[in-house]
Design a binder for this molecule. Structure first.
Ligand SMILES: [Zn+2]
Length: 348
């Protein structure tokens, strides 16, 4: 058999015409219409043969004359002897091997996963370190406006008590990186329960409920040391960038992305995303080290965590950005604090 059957499209209408293809002695390709229509002769050098990709039909194109589709055949290689490009050969090789397709798909998924897990946090840290103070201040200002509207009320703690805690907090963080920007704020936030959170500009908020829950001031300092860790390591901005990066990737995939909408979204992202487990571990480690360096027993950290996990009523909001935003104090975190402590773990 030295002919092929195909479909000819004239390039003007969507209608396909059944044709038979065969080589003409004069160095052309004869295209015979199956319905007895006119015969065409295309010079071989004017025909562009489309790449071979798996089992898809081959396409023969001639500028201004439409195209013919036909199944792949060794005849085409005879008619159009030319070296296949490497990329084409590779694509064809991949298409014909299911395992290779599977491996390639898996590789792509792994790469995307690794990019989101490792690449995005890496970039977020670099960007956060270069984020101007003015941006941290503005993002925090907008975030707190959103919060004040919905969650925060003025604290009812006596002024003397606030002064006392501010003094102890100042002693705790003095000399820490970026400590001069850390300021303690007291609020009531019934929806947040006993909670604390840090804003990127250095403000650390403490709810009245947490002050009441704590057994002593050292337990409060343990929570504040953890929040100071979030500030020192710039977790707020990093988390916001990481979450936005995911939004950005999704936006790129679905074609809805603009810088301005991202800027508007940043404070909301900051409030809604919470910290990653990695950030929480880093803040915990920072807190334990800070407490140790100030002569405060690390057991205080385990104690307040245990109180928090025991006394948080069901259904309390775990956000925003709060001590409990991503997860309640886990036994794992309490154990880590007890391991760090010189004292015997207290048994309840
Ligand atoms: Zn935290």
């Amino acid at each position: 058999m030295n002919w092929l059957e195909g479909q000819w499209h004239d390039g003007r209408s969507s209608r396909a015409h059944a044709v038979r293809l065969e080589l003409d002695g004069s160095g052309g390709l004869r295209i015979l219409a199956a319905d007895g229509g006119p015969e065409r002769l295309w010079p071989l050098h004017e025909i562009e043969l489309g790449a071979r990709i798996g089992a898809t039909p081959r396409v023969l194109r001639r500028a201004g004359h439409g195209q013919v589709e036909c199944p792949d055949s060794p005849l085409l290689a005879q008619w159009f002897p030319r070296p296949a490009s490497r990329v084409e050969a590779m694509a064809d090789w991949l298409e014909r091997r299911r395992l290779a397709i599977l491996v390639a798909a898996l590789g792509t998924a792994l790469f995307a996963f690794a990019f989101l897990r490792v690449g995005v946090p890496w970039f977020a840290l670099r960007i956060a370190e270069r984020t101007p103070e003015a941006v941290e201040v503005e993002v925090s200002r907008q975030a707190i406006l959103l919060l004040e509207r919905t969650h925060l009320r003025p604290s009812e703690l006596p002024q003397a008590r606030r002064r006392e805690l501010r003094g102890r907090f100042a002693d705790l963080v003095r000399g820490e990186p970026r400590y001069e920007r850390m300021r303690l704020r007291f609020v009531q936030a019934p929806a947040l329960g006993p909670n604390a959170f840090a804003l990127p500009d250095g403000r650390i908020y403490l709810t009245d409920a947490l002050v009441k829950l704590a057994g002593d001031d050292e337990e409060i300092l343990a929570v504040l040391a953890h929040e100071a860790g979030h500030h020192v390591h710039r977790h707020g901005i990093r988390q916001a960038i990481e979450s936005s990066s995911v939004l950005l990737v999704v936006g790129l995939l679905f074609g809805d992305v603009s810088g301005s909408s991202l800027a508007v979204a940043l404070p909301a992202v900051l409030l809604s995303s919470g910290y990653s487990r990695g950030h929480e571990r880093e803040a915990d480690a920072h807190a334990l080290q800070l407490l140790r360096s100030r002569g405060i027993p690390e057991q205080a950290f385990a104690s307040i965590m245990r109180r928090l996990s025991a006394e948080i009523p069901d259904g309390i909001e775990r956000g925003p950005m709060g001590y409990l935003s991503t997860h309640p104090p886990t036994p794992e975190r309490i154990e880590a604090a007890e391991r760090a402590s010189d004292r015997q773990p207290r048994r309840d």
